[in-house]
Ligand binder design. Structure first.
Ligand code: ADP
Ligand code: ZN
Length: 725
């Protein structure tokens, strides 16, 4: 028999299926070591057949199995096929997603522990003076099977060794699992469902639709709905995947899952040690655990017989992979749901507008939860006009209303969160006197300031504009480039409230494995009064004592040069505001802005998602942005400018032919330097276009061009990338 093997080299030149002579009981999905040229490398068996097209004497046999158990399921092999076709990636790269990275190249293996058991209970032959040996035997008699290291430690290894040699103790090896978050407190409470929760559960169980969108305001109790559905799925003998945006930020959710489902839960995420990941992964693969929870990549969990996929905070940008392989978690979820006949529930207080369109179209089931649990009110949002503060001569990052509210909150023994609206490379120009923001005349999208060249640039059409010396609306000269630094925000806060305990959470201070949960736990257990942070604190946390959220520079993200910036802002503000007043205490939010009359801010301050959605979807329709068109970018990244320009030319001319042949299908097409010309020492160029929907055949041609020129100079296609830097 012949094994068809994909070798673990993610390179388009060796992106083929190779034939080997089947040996060693290899199965479809087995990891094997095979000869490859002069090398021995790892591969995966993806098929078995009777005969090869090559003569038998040309084929080499499989050298050995990497492990007895079959690593991949047949579903994974199909999923590989889907990803190769959809994302135009080498097969090996798709397969790599299905295995913890440390498992490849044999960097980690099962942890084995040696156990001692008593094999002879007649101790009469042992001398009375051999006290260590006698005590060891009596200990074993009383306690039963004991790990050898324990026994050695207690009674000395020479005594134990002698007992093994004399046949009193027999030794066996057993696999033990390294469990992450072993210290996790199990927290569980039983609740009576609200009417909306019960309705959500019932509706989900009844619907025939594969995907359900659960649109529930923050604090409406979506988690309980997921937990209930997970429980039902497990009870019916099926398995579950639950994806969350950032697992290290959700210790509370992990506690709940552990307490409900015990060892049926496996946690997969990049912060685990290699050994923990390996063991959690195999527990899922072997069927020992039935629920996989993790961030984006958990969607590849090796579960069979999937019944349910939960995607929490479904609007979160982290669900789209921005590096190779560029996949969408929801697309992979759909594949797996179809394959297994499973259902998907995805929830959010602010669904992505593209998905909400599908829900209102009837493509997805739509369930709404509009009330907070225990009838607690949505926090009141106060808009603070920062232009007025500038006029009053207040230079601090804090408006007078936020200062007063903070004082009040601390006086009452409550907690506050200060949120800084910050992201990536974007820098836009805002007039501090009138709130004017510089925008592209053609695209109506805010311009980005490039300090190296002192120009303003549109990331969607490449148009350059001269930097402004004064505001064209009001003539003011207080033009600001970006928000206030975290450092300054904290320092000012310490000056204002010298007695308050302030902690900070952002990328600079939270690099270590459990640092996130430590900071969050400190705040949750009220060992700090004010938490200052960026995007990371916006998500899903439940702090019952937090009654105030201050949002500095609420408008910063509004004007990021991104077609989704309004949507992102609405989502972010709603999420952050949702951290306030979640328990029985009433919450407040102070939203500081230079554009207080901005429609998106006004709608978010009223929690009016429906109106926001309607406005946004209409805008997208008339301006031809997703979901009504696709933004496609072919990126060229090179070590030198010459190579980059050379490759860009080739890519551009071939793409242009396609564009010329299908002009009517395009809304925009051009080549240009990327907005950020160099990242990580690579020169960056791009062909940027907007293509009407339903043109997958055209899209595929661009993928083929990218594959053709991809090599030393990196060439790849992005579809609706989250950022256009
Ligand atoms: P969401 O995810 O919708 O923002 P959560 O699921 O975090 O909301 O729920 C908010 C809070 O309400 C949590 O503290 C949760 O434990 C609590 N909760 C949820 N359902 C109920 C219920 N039926 N009765 C009492 N408390 C509940
Ligand atoms: Zn433009």
């Amino acid at each position: 028999m012949i094994a068809q093997v994909i070798v673990d080299i993610a390179n388009s030149q060796v992106d083929k299926v190779f034939d080997y002579i089947l040996t060693q009981n290899a199965q479809i999905g087995s990891r094997v070591i095979v000869p490859f040229g002069k090398l021995k490398i790892e591969g995966i068996v993806i098929g078995i057949k009777e005969k090869s097209d090559l003569p038998l004497e040309k084929l080499k046999p499989i050298i050995r199995l990497v492990e007895e158990d079959t690593a991949l399921t047949t579903e994974m092999i199909s999923l590989m096929g889907y990803m190769v076709q959809k994302y135009h990636i080498p097969r090996a790269l798709a397969l790599r997603q299905f295995l913890p990275s440390e498992m490849r190249k044999g960097k980690v293996r099962a942890k084995l522990v040696r156990y001692a058991t008593l094999s002879n209970t007649d101790f009469s032959q042992i001398k009375k003076t051999a006290t260590a040996r006698l005590s060891a035997l009596n200990y074993l008699k009383e306690k039963g099977k004991t790990p050898m290291p324990t026994l050695n430690e207690k009674f000395g290894s020479s005594a134990v060794k002698a007992l093994v040699e004399q046949g009193y103790i027999s030794v066996s090896e057993e696999r033990v699992n390294r469990q992450p978050y072993a210290s996790l407190q199990e927290k569980g409470k039983s609740v009576t469902y609200s009417q909306e929760q019960q309705n959500a559960i019932d509706t989900f169980l009844k619907t025939d639709k594969q995907i359900t969108l659960l649109h529930g305001v923050t604090g409406s109790g979506k988690t309980e709905v997921y937990l209930n559905l997970i429980e039902k799925t497990i009870a019916s003998g099926k398995t579950v995947i639950m994806a969350v945006p950032e697992i290290s930020l959700t210790p509370q959710l992990l506690s709940q899952l552990r307490s409900r489902f015990k060892e049926n839960v496996s946690i997969l995420h990049s912060g685990l040690s290699a050994g923990e990941k390996f063991d959690e992964w195999w527990r899922l693969r072997s069927g020992e655990s039935k629920i996989a929870i993790g961030a984006r990549s958990v969607i590849f969990a090796p579960l069979e017989n999937l019944g349910l996929i939960v995607i929490d905070e479904q609007h979160d940008p982290s669900y789209d992979s921005e590096t190779s392989p560029r996949y969408s978690t929801i697309e992979i979820a759909e594949f797996r749901a179809k394959y297994n006949g499973a259902k998907i529930i995805m929830g959010s207080a602010t669904p992505s507008v593209g998905d909400y369109l599908k829900a209102t179209n009837g493509e997805y089931e739509l369930i709404k939860m509009q009330k907070r649990i225990n009838k607690s009110q949505m926090p009141e949002i106060i808009i603070a006009d920062m232009r007025a503060e500038v006029k009053k001569g207040n230079p601090s990052p804090y408006s007078s209303v936020l200062k007063a509210e903070l004082q009040d909150c601390l006086d009452n023994g409550n907690q506050a969160i200060i949120f800084l609206n910050r992201r990536g490379y974007s820098k836009q120009i805002i007039c501090q006197s009138c709130g004017y923001v510089a925008k592209c005349e053609q695209c109506d999208i805010s311009l980005n300031y490039h300090s190296d060249t002192n120009i303003l640039k549109c990331h969607y059409c490449g148009q350059n504009y001269a930097m402004l010396s004064a505001c064209p609306e009001c003539g003011g000269v207080n033009l600001k480039y970006s928000g206030t630094g975290t450092q300054r925000v904290v320092e000012e806060l310490k000056k204002l409230f010298p007695l308050a305990r302030i902690i900070r959470m952002d990328n600079d201070v939270t690099l270590t494995k459990e640092a996130h949960s430590k900071i969050l736990n400190t705040f949750a257990s009220h060992q700090a009064d004010i938490l200052v942070g960026t995007q990371m604190i916006a998500k899903g946390h439940d702090f019952p004592n937090c009654t105030l959220v201050g949002i500095l520079d609420a408008d910063m993200s509004l004007f990021f040069s991104d077609y989704r910036s309004q949507e992102r802002t609405f989502q972010l503000l709603t999420q952050v505001a949702g951290r306030s007043g979640r328990a029985d205490k009433k919450g407040k939010v102070v939203l500081q802005t230079y554009a207080p009359s901005n429609e998106v801010l006004r709608l978010s301050s009223k929690y009016d998602y429906e109106k926001f959605y309607q406005r946004e979807i209409d805008l997208r329709k008339v301006s031809g942005f997703p979901p009504f068109a696709n933004i496609i970018r072919i990126m060229v990244e090179s070590d030198t400018e010459e190579e980059g320009i050379e490759t860009l030319k080739n890519v551009y001319f071939e793409s242009k032919d396609i564009y010329e042949e299908n002009k009517d299908e395009f809304l925009f097409f051009n080549k240009m330097k990327s907005p950020v010309k160099r990242i990580k020492r690579k020169f960056r160029y791009q062909v940027l276009m907007r293509l009407k929907c339903g043109n997958d055949d055209i899209l595929n041609k661009f993928y083929q061009i990218a594959t053709k020129y991809n090599g030393k100079t990196l060439v790849y296609v992005e579809v609706n990338p989250n950022s256009l830097v």
